[in-house]
Design a binder for this molecule. Structure first.
Ligand code: ADP
Ligand code: MG
Length: 728
């Protein structure tokens, strides 16, 4: 065997490459100056805009007042000057189509002036509205190509920024993306609508509590992002990683994560160089990244920002994913954002920390120190519990994807059953509240809503329960089932909407009761116990991974939508349609479109992975298997010819040949199942993929992984888990 295969070439390349790691000098470029350097932020706006324009813009940003179109020209002009000073030659409207990624089309600032020269121009009209020729984005049928117009509209609440690239820079303007009929074609529009819905409802509660200061309520989000970094040579050598971002084959390595030596371990040098570089880029764009660490799996890491309003947090999480991917390449690494790049090893998620806050900065999920705050906290907290109890399936479907199907319930991520972890203290408070008499707390003390003091719950009251999909963590809820590659817009849109509905319900009851003469405290004490009684089935503080929980959940009647295909129909169920219509978050047509897109995206993903499996099996695994078979057969024959007993070697040959035969039938079976496509109804197609194609993929994988442990290592062509996860 003179020539080496792609796997060996990758290993050689990794062993012999030295990397340029020192690219930044933070002694010269101080973080403080770096932060927001490329953002057209408030200070920059104030310095550059006429006073009344600045004020108008701030009103829109802070209070959601529609922007007075007459100031757009002035803002555009200041933005352009600022951008050009920062080296920008182009501008783009950045939007978030239903692919879950971001999309952009660049326009130059230059316009010919008619006398052979050019001038740089950027009008208010260009700032406010764009019309990308964007008919190729998934629309779920909302836009037939003949009516393919889609418009981008400036979102002034997310500041414009400069993205530097080799040989230039671009002014990036965050936008919504809607059809000419005004229907949402993106993920940002519904998110903004849901934030508005929640603000309206939450303000009613604040009003009841006599809060006259708050003008608006924002939902806040801090998204902890998990990801893998592996050497790019492995990706070049593995068609599955390159194309699907995950390995479709790969035997269990001799050592995985069982020694628990990865979590919070020292970060490898090349990785920390890459992280620091990525963070510097994020700082420049005003993304407030705060923490980084090694995660549970080998080569897995996490980055977490400081929370922001949900819209900004969503834009910033998209930027985080983008910057991680781009920066990794500079260090000959590849950032894998897939939920399950390696079977049998922890997958990646995104912990969506969520709360509500007034424009004055009061966190509404923060149990305060005064009785007044406590009552208000309890109201909002019970509203969230009620929302999850009432709409667990809607929450579930927001985290559904072919990728996340590998992760949820796989004993390393929360199960697909939506439940809430409250922690001992809050659990105790809720139980007493439900019993109708808030008297004592676990610490002793005496408590009654609105009369005495709820003990100050320490942040992170109780232990951290990693097995719960939805956990109260001291002053926020943490939705942990979100997949690592997801846009967080979808989960937050739904979360905001279902909580809006609960707050609306509670506000309506409280308003009626107080109008009828009850004190607010009495009204609250009369109302909350009943809600808790109805909702408490969703509260679970135990081990979400355990078998017992699964049967207990079934007894409680909690839905367990095990996979994407089971979850999708919830999107267009009657109660979902009514809910989203009531709060003006999605129209029925928009939901129908999303349903179709979810189905199609599932089908496409499985389709690509099945194609990859067959291709790799036929062109890489099978040839390697035959070569090795020939080697063994020759040895067996030669041994026999020499007159030596070869029974054991013959046995091995028989084993090998039998395994190769099983492999060939598994390969054919997958091809047959895959080619037997269902046409027409996208849901039927998704079902067929799950029920016929997926099982065949699993069978093929099993036998290929077995071959990996039989075939001579110098012939095996696919980079192994042992190598990909541990070599850097
Ligand atoms: P924990 O120890 O519970 O993980 P951290 O303080 O490390 O808490 O925060 C985890 C994430 O939660 C961070 O991204 C943080 O900014 C975010 N977070 C904290 N408070 C809030 C809040 N009020 N709303 C939304 N996210 C929050
Ligand atoms: Mg956390």
């Amino acid at each position: 065997m003179a020539t080496s295969n792609v796997r060996q070439q990758a290993l050689t390349a990794i062993a012999t490459t030295t990397h340029t790691l020192n690219r930044l000098d933070f002694r010269k470029e101080h973080l403080k100056e770096l932060f927001g350097a490329n953002v057209f932020h408030e200070e920059e706006q104030k310095a550059r805009l006429p006073k009344h324009v600045f004020k108008t813009l701030q009103k829109t940003i802070r209070l959601g007042v529609p922007l007075d179109p007459s100031v757009a020209d002035s803002i555009a002009s200041a933005m352009k000057d600022w951008a050009i000073e920062h080296g920008a030659t182009h501008f783009t409207h950045l939007f978030q189509p239903m692919t879950g990624l971001t999309a952009e089309k660049h326009d130059s600032f230059l316009s010919p002036s008619g006398n052979g020269n050019a001038v740089s121009e950027f009008s208010g009209k260009e700032l406010v509205k764009g019309e990308p020729d964007a008919s190729s984005f998934p629309s779920g049928g909302i836009r037939a190509t003949f009516e393919a117009r889609g418009y981008t509209g400036w979102d002034p609440t997310s500041p414009a920024y400069i993205r530097e690239s080799p040989n230039g820079a671009t002014l990036v303007i965050p936008t919504v993306f809607v059809s000419w009929t005004g229907e949402a074609l993106d993920k940002k529009t519904p998110l903004l609508r849901s934030m508005e819905a929640l603000s309206i409802q939450a303000m009613r509660i604040l009003k009841l509590f006599g809060n006259t200061e708050a003008k608006k309520v924002f939902t806040t989000v801090g998204a902890e992002q998990e990801y893998f970094l592996i050497d790019k040579n492995f990706v070049y050598a593995r068609p599955d990683l390159l194309t699907a971002g995950r390995t479709v084959f790969g035997a269990k390595p001799p050592k995985g994560q069982e020694l628990e030596d990865q979590y919070f371990g020292t970060i490898p040098e090349r990785v920390i160089a890459c992280m620091s570089d990525a963070e510097a880029e994020m700082f420049k764009l005003g993304v407030p990244v705060k923490t980084r660490h090694n995660e549970v799996a080998p080569s897995q890491y996490e980055i977490a920002p400081i929370f922001e309003d949900s819209n900004l947090a969503t834009d910033h999480n998209q930027l985080t994913m983008d910057i991680l991917r781009r920066t990794a390449e500079k260090y000959d690494l590849v950032c894998l954002l897939h939920e399950k790049p390696f079977a049998g090893i922890n997958g990646s998620g995104k912990h969506n920390n969520w709360s509500m806050s007034t424009d004055a900065g009061e966190n509404l999920i923060n149990p305060g120190e005064t009785p007044h705050d406590n009552a208000q906290f309890l109201v909002f907290c019970v509203a969230v519990i009620r929302a999850v109890a009432k709409y667990p399936e809607l929450l579930r479907v927001t985290v559904a994807s072919a990728g996340n199907d590998h992760r949820l319930g796989a004993n390393e991520a929360p199960p697909a059953i939506m439940s809430i972890f409250l922690g001992d203290q809050l659990q105790d408070v809720m139980e007493q509240l439900e019993a109708g008499a808030l008297k004592s707390t676990k610490q002793g003390g005496f408590m009654e809503v609105g009369v005495s003091v709820l003990p100050k719950l320490p942040r992170d009251a109780g232990d951290r329960n990693r097995t719960s999909p939805f956990a109260f963590t001291g002053n926020k809820f943490e939705f942990r089932a979100v997949g690592s590659s997801f846009s967080i817009a979808g989960p937050n849109t739904v979360l905001n909407t279902i909580v809006s509905e609960s707050i609306d319900f509670i506000a309506t009851e409280l308003e009626a009761a107080t109008k009828a003469g009850k004190t607010l405290n009495k009204a609250i004490q009369d109302l909350l116990p009943g809600i808790l009684k109805e909702s408490k089935k969703v509260i679970f503080n135990g081990d979400g991974y355990s078998e017992e929980w699964h049967s207990e959940a079934e007894k409680r009647g909690l839905p367990n939508l095990k996979n994407t295909v089971d979850s999708i129909p919830v999107i267009i169920r009657k109660d979902s349609v009514e809910l989203f219509a009531k709060y003006k978050v999605f129209t029925e047509r928009e939901l129908q479109a999303r349903y179709t897109i979810f189905c199609e995206s599932y089908v496409k993903t499985i389709n690509i992975e099945a194609n990859l499996m067959t291709m790799i099996a036929k062109t890489m695994v099978f040839p390697a298997a035959l070569r090795y078979q020939l080697e063994v057969a020759s040895a067996v024959n030669a041994t026999k010819a020499a007159g030596v007993d070869n029974a054991a070697q013959l046995g091995h040959l028989k084993d090998l040949t039998a395994t190769i035969t099983t492999f060939q039938s598994a390969c054919t079976a997958l091809e047959t199942a895959h080619h037997h496509e269902a046409h027409g109804d996208p849901y039927a197609h998704a079902k067929q993929m799950r029920d016929s194609v997926l099982p065949k993929m699993v069978e093929l994988r099993t036998v290929v992984d077995k071959l990996e442990t039989m075939i001579a290592d110098d012939i095996w062509p696919l980079a192994t888990y042992r190598e990909m996860l541990f070599l850097k």
